[in-house]
Write a protein that binds this ligand. Sequence first.
Ligand code: PLP
Length: 212
Amino acid sequence: MIKNNVQKVLSELPGHVELVAVAKSRSVEEILEAIDSGVRIIGENYVQEAEEKFSVIGPRVKWHFIGHLQKNKVKKAVKIFNMIETVDSIGIADEINKACASINKTMPVLIEVNSAKEKNKSGVLPLDAETIIKNILGLPNIKLLGLMTMGPLLENPEDYRPYFKETKTLFDKIRISHDIKYLSMGMSDSYHIAIQEGANLVRIGTALFGPR
Ligand SMILES: *Cc1c(COP(=O)(O)O)cnc(C)c1O
């Protein structure tokens, strides 16, 4: 089942779009089946859960952190992850930079954008993105590679479109002066629309592994 799902999704993605298989709550066995079927990037929301799986699966795939990162988990996170997609404050960027410096690593990061401008949601407001980027550029052990957004929780996939559009507009604006390349948006129900709106990294769980 996972094999068919992975192959179907991969066959639908244009060549320039990379798949992040979102594996929160999935077992090592399920993840290995996805890897055997062609998955090359695993997305995890929780550091401890990722550590346990990483200890078995290891660096044969890339690991992306897509959850809300707490400061006390940064040291562990920088050891396993190849990208942190959810940087949304200068404070967390500083911590990542420090932890990476101590192990001689440079961490690729995306800035998480709160594209729906929801209260109590993680992510930076679109207006604040350039400020945080200016600060990140001074951090030698962080490499800014792009933007990520979730959007609000919506019933109708088509309703995600304005949030994806807004994030793409911001991406293009930042790209004028910075060398960024990844725009991570779209989940199981919305990745087709996200790709139409310019996503080149899609984060998909349910459509690969089934309902959680
Ligand atoms: C869970 C999750 C996804 C995947 O959601 P699905 O609907 O299962 O595809 C994508 N991005 C983030 C940040 C998530 O937490």
